[in-house]
Design a protein around this ligand. Sequence first.
Ligand SMILES: NC(=O)c1ccc[n+]([C@@H]2O[C@H](COP(=O)([O-])OP(=O)(O)OC[C@H]3O[C@@H](n4cnc5c(N)ncnc54)[C@H](O)[C@@H]3O)[C@@H](O)[C@H]2O)c1
Length: 320
Amino acid sequence: MRPEIKNRVVLVTGGAGFIGSHLCDRLLAEGAKEVVVIDNMFLGNESNLSEAISKGLILYKDDAEFSSSLEYIFEKHDVDIVFNCATKALNYSFVNPKNAFDTNVQVMLNLLELQRKGTFKTLCHFSTSEVYGSAVYEPMDELHPLHPTTTYAAGKAAADIALESWVRMYDLDAFIVRPFNNYGPRQNHKGYMAGVIPITVKRIFDGIAPEVHGTGKQSRDFIYVMDTVDAILKLYPILPAGESVNISTDGQISINELIQCICEETAYAGDILRKPARNADVECHNASNEKIKSLIDYRVTHFADGLRETVAWYNAYFGA
Ligand SMILES: NC(=O)c1ccc[n+]([C@@H]2O[C@H](COP(=O)([O-])OP(=O)(O)OC[C@H]3O[C@@H](n4cnc5c(N)ncnc54)[C@H](O)[C@@H]3O)[C@@H](O)[C@H]2O)c1
């Protein structure tokens, strides 16, 4: 029997990051007995967790790539459930391809081995739509082949396959959630690892023209981070071990359309810079969300509403 969240001890790897920090807030709201985070602060930010810390969350600024760091935490906390969010951003793989790959694989292997030894009961692993690469057929369902185009995605795909094999060999209670492009409050806006929405909003707030790489016709399925977290908590009690599920909206937005929406939301009427296409930029990520819709009461926020809340959050954040 899979343990309920309520009254359990939950570890979130990478919990000081964007999605992980929202997940931590929800776990506390769901009545988890204790929420523990391990994050090496590569891109994590303690301020993402300030409210959760005030409610008792325990943050270890440590590296989940070292199994000794995880073992130390498991010795101190009787963890029941692990959510594995730790990763280094996709863009990092253009700078340090091997470490981007290693992080995704090593953290997963450490967790699977600890789970195999009985250290905790249930593992929910965060995969990514990037594992599919450019669509071979559309919409991409969970049976779509894995054709990663970056070392980041290759590491994520390897981690997914590792989880599936550990489940088959050792009957572990582990499953995979596979979000598409998330957006919302707390997404990193700094440097080359920033997501397209925060970087564009920040440029506009700073009076710098937004930029589009390539034709801008490349499209993504953007999902509001609160919807992702909500879906994962609804999937948690029912998704069978070894299975994966896409978390997407069924909607496609091109980068050109996206930049236009942000310009409208921020009342920006200036230039848009055109830049060369990035290597290995996936053309299209048109997801099927039939499986998730068949499993849970699935609700997604309209993009215009999510974007409005996101821009308002950055407005307060940058203005603070
Ligand atoms: N954001 C998206 O659009 C998106 C889409 C699909 C899948 N995902 C997946 O969701 C998960 C969370 O993504 P996110 O957007 O919150 O990313 P994020 O970069 O904001 O969070 C990842 C966190 O992991 C931490 N981290 C990196 N290496 C670590 C290590 N060795 N040990 C401990 N912590 C480490 C980082 O400091 C960061 O806080 C990831 O697994 C990612 O692949 C995200």
